[in-house]
Design a protein. Structure first.
Lengths: 263, 263, 263
C-alpha cells in the first residue's frame, strides 16, 4: 500500500498517481492533498496523527517549498513503514511516532528509524519532484519492502535528517500553559497540552485564558453554539464550540499561547 | 466494497481509511467528505440518490453532530447493502430506497430493512467515532456479509431507528407546490416535486412562483444565462440556469416553498 | 484501469463510480473533479499534461456544457489509451499527445487516433450523461481493450471529432510573445511559450512585459515573495513567485498576452 499526502490541491496529485501506477500495482490511498500550502509544520502534525492508523505502508509525502534546491530527498524506514519525501522536517514527527509504536517505547528510540537518501539522477523537472523523484522512489520502496531498502541502489544510508519538534506545554500549579498547534476544518483549536490534564474533570469547569468554560466529553454535551474544552481524537486538549467553530468562539489561531487552570 | 461518506473534510477521513485497511482488504470508494457540516438532512438526500447506483456494498456514513452522546450506533441491512453510521436519521431515506429496490415494491416495505445496534466498548475517543467505532464496525460488516450480521457479537437486533422524511409536495389543480430540498454544487435547486409533472411539456412554459419560465430537457436548450425548469438526474423538478446558478437566478434556497403551475 | 475527470465537484462523481463498479472490477483512479465548471479549454490543457503519465487506461472525462443536446458522445482510441467523453474538444489535445507518444513522432500523426461514436439509447436522464452514458461506455471500453472497440456494438467509427488547439507562441528577435494558458492552484501562470527558450539562462534576467525578472531553475532560488520566470513541470515557461502567487505578482490571468525578451 502507498499513501499520498501533499499540498498540491488538484490536479497535480493525479500525475503522481499515474507514475505510481506505471511502476507498481500497489494499492493507492489518498491521505490529503489540501494540506496548507508549503506549511511543513501543520502537515507534520497531521501525518503524525493519521499515518499510525494505517497498516505497514509506504507513505509518499510532498510538501516541499525547497523543491529544486539542494535539500535532500529521503526515504525513512520507521518500524515497518517507509516515509518518502523531502528533507525539510515534515517526516520527522511521524517517523518518531511510528518508531516508538514499533519499539513499544516512548518517543526517543532511534533503533526503528533508518534514514536513506534517495539517489537522484537529473529529474525531468526542477519544479515537480513529487512526480519526477518521490513517486518513482515510493514505488521502488514499496516493491523493495521496508527492511530491504538498503539493498537498493536508489537508497543510500543517510547520516541524519532534518528534525522538527512541536513546542512543549508547561505544567503550572493549577493547570498548564501551551499553545494552539493547528486548527482543524471544523474550527477545533488543537493545543499541545495532553488530554490527561482533563481526566476526571468532565462536567466541571476550567479557566481558559481567565474565562470559565465547561469541560465536556464531547461537543453535544453543551448547548449549540456554546464553548467547551474537550480531549480531541489525537489525545490533546482541544478548544471547541458545539456546532460552531472553536477558533472563532475562543478568538485563537495557530501559535497562540493558551493558559488552562482549574480554580 | 466499502464506501465512505462524511462531513469531515480533510484529513480525518484518512484515519478511517487507515483503520479500514488494518481490518480488511475491501475495496474503498469515497462517496464524498464535504457534505455540509452536521447537516443530516442534506446528507440523507444525497445518500438516497447516490448509493443505489453501487453494487451491494457496506456504506460507512459519518455525519454525527451527537458524537460522544448516548445516540446509538447502527448497522442497517437494506436489501444486500449494509449502512453503518449514527442513529440520527441520516441512514433512513437511503435504507428505505435500497429496501424498496430490493423488494421491487414502492417505498414502505420493511422486510428488506433489518436494523442492528453496534455494541460499543469504550472507544479510544469520544469525539471521533468515525475512526474508533464506525470504521471497525464497517470492516466487520463487510467481512460478515449482509445476511449474516445477526451472527456477529458486535451487532444486536435493534427495535427501531431514527427516521427522517422529506417534505411531500402537494398536487394543485394546475400544477404542484413543493419546496427546495437541496442546492447542488452547480447551483441547481432540486425540489421535492416529481419530474413526471413535466412529461410532454418540454419546449413549453411553466409559471414558477408566478413568473413564466421555459421547460427544457436539459440546460443547453436555453440560451446561456437563461433560466429553465427541467428534470434533474434524481428524477425531481429542478430550477436551473444554463451556464449559471439556478439558486441565484430564481432567488431560492434550501427549504423555500415553490409554486409550479401550467397556465 | 479507469481514470475519472470531471467538473462535478461533489457528490455526483460517486454516482459514476457506483455505475462503473456495477459493470467492471477495473481499478478506479480520480484525476480531478474540480476542473473549472464547464471550462472545456482549461480541462483539455490539464488532461494533456496529466494523462500521459498513466499506463494504458480508459479515461472517463465529463466536462459537458452541452449535456442533453445532440452533441455526440465519443470513445477515442489514442495509442493504447481510450478517452471517453463528450464531443466538445475536451479530448482533442490529450488524444493528439497520447497518439504522438505512441507513434514516437511529433504532434500531427493520426494513425494512432481512432474516434468512435458511442451508440446512445434513451438515457435515464438528460442532465447527467456522466452517470447514464459515459460511465457505462467507459466500463465497456475497459472490458473490450483499446484495440477492439470496433468489435463492440456500442461503438461505431466516427468521421471526425471536435478539435481544440491552444494559441501558438510567436518567436521574436530577442525572445517570444505568447499568452497565459492556465493558472494553477499555487498561482503559477503557465504560458504557451516552450521552456527551451530559457535553456542556459538560469541565473540570468529576462524582460517580462518590459520588467526585469530573474530566470531561476525553481522557486526557492529567489527570496520569499520574489518573482521569477522558470520552466514548469509541463515544460512551458511559467511566471511564478517564491512562496507566493505568480498570477498576482505579475498581474496576469488566463488569456493575457505575455512578452518575453532577453536584453
Amino acid at each position: 500500500m502507498i499513501t499520498l499526502s501533499s499540498d498540491f490541491g488538484s490536479p497535480y496529485p493525479a500525475a503522481m498517481k499515474g507514475v505510481l501506477c506505471s511502476h507498481t500495482d500497489a494499492r493507492l490511498v489518498d491521505v490529503a492533498h489540501d494540506f496548507p500550502r508549503q506549511d511543513v509544520r501543520t502537515t507534520a502534525f497531521w501525518l503524525r496523527e493519521v499515518l499510525p492508523y494505517f497498516p505497514p505502508a509506504t507513505h509518499l509525502v510532498v510538501v516541499d517549498p525547497g523543491v529544486g534546491t539542494d535539500r535532500a530527498a529521503l526515504a525513512i524506514r520507521a518500524g515497518e513503514h517507509v516515509l518518502v519525501g523531502p528533507d525539510n522536517g515534515v517526516l520527522a514527527p511521524v517517523a518518531r511516532r511510528l518508531a516508538s509504536d514499533a519499539a513499544g517505547t516512548d518517543d526517543g528510540t532511534t533503533d526503528e528509524i533508518e534514514p536513506f537518501e534517495i539517489v537522484v539522477d537529473e529529474p525531468e523537472s526542477a519544479t515537480f519532484h513529487g512526480r519526477d523523484v518521490f513517486a518513482p522512489a515510493a514505488a521502488r520502496a514499496h516493491e523493495a519492502d521496508a527492511d530491504r531498502l538498503g539493498e537498493c541502489d536508489e537508497f543510500v544510508p543517510a547520516d541524519g535528517y532534518e528534525g522538527l519538534r512541536f513546542a512543549e506545554p508547561a505544567d503550572e500549579p493549577d493547570g498548564a500553559t501551551g499553545e494552539v498547534l493547528v486548527v482543524d476544518g471544523f474550527g477545533n483549536a488543537i493545543t499541545n497540552v495532553l488530554g490527561e490534564m482533563l481526566d476526571g474533570q468532565f462536567g466541571e469547569q476550567i479557566m481558559v485564558d481567565g474565562e470559565r468554560v465547561p469541560v465536556a466529553r464531547s461537543y453535544a454535551h453543551v448547548a449549540a453554539g456554546e464553548r467547551l474544552v474537550t480531549v480531541g481524537s489525537h489525545g490533546n486538549v482541544e478548544l471547541a464550540a458545539n456546532r460552531g467553530r472553536g477558533d472563532d468562539a475562543f478568538g485563537v489561531g495557530v501559535g497562540d499561547p493558551i493558559e488552562l487552570a482549574f480554580e
